[in-house]
Write a protein that binds this ligand. Sequence first.
Ligand SMILES: C[S@@+](CC[C@H](N)C(=O)[O-])C[C@H]1O[C@@H](n2cnc3c(N)ncnc32)[C@H](O)[C@@H]1O
Length: 219
Amino acid sequence: MEHEFWSKRWAKGQLGFHEGRANRRLEAHIARLETKRPLRILVPLAGKAFDLRWLARRGHEVVGVEFVPEAIRAFFTEQRWLPQFDEVGGMPSSSAGGVTLLCGDIFGISPDTLGRFDVIYDRAALVALDPKARARYVALCHSMVEDGGVIFLIAFAYDQGKASGPPWSVNAEHVRALYTHARPSVSVELLSNEPSPAGSRFVSAGISQFEESAYLIAK
Ligand SMILES: C[S@@+](CC[C@H](N)C(=O)[O-])C[C@H]1O[C@@H](n2cnc3c(N)ncnc32)[C@H](O)[C@@H]1O
């Protein structure tokens, strides 16, 4: 169901979420993430985000997970990188330029097959998932991060009563509850909170802008 929804969006080029440049919150807060070099960074629901390249160019090992093959092909084509094909963690992988993209469902990865990561970079991933899958996704993220590692989360909030997602609205209260529920020792820091443009579907529903927040979640 979810896969069909996203496949259609990629096939129709409905990619309003794609920024085509490094994310501004990532640029602003990168110093908080780079506690060592190189970092092992996991990018769930990666799309063809330019951030994958941006992080790899800073010397980090970047592993993205994306279940629409067209997105993965588009990423390497747009970067003009010729990928090498293999299999990693039981998923088809494409690698070039320090970026490895795994083609499969995010719920198909595990620390047993991929190892753990220093950083999870989540931009528009939590908010893209069906709200019923959130708790499972957060548990997966916790399991994929090294002790002492961090999740850098960028989430959007708006009046969910006026429109449905994706992106689904996830506010600061939701973030704190989700990430500390199973692990009370986890700390959640709100780094920034700014308005950001909402897509035309949301504007038509009376939501003129989203609230875009960046969080540092430390394990
Ligand atoms: C909102 S986009 C965000 C992409 C990227 N993070 C960015 O900032 O441009 C969500 C992406 O996740 C993919 N996706 C959705 N559910 C997924 C899942 N369960 N496993 C892997 N990829 C998924 C979609 O195909 C889509 O490319």
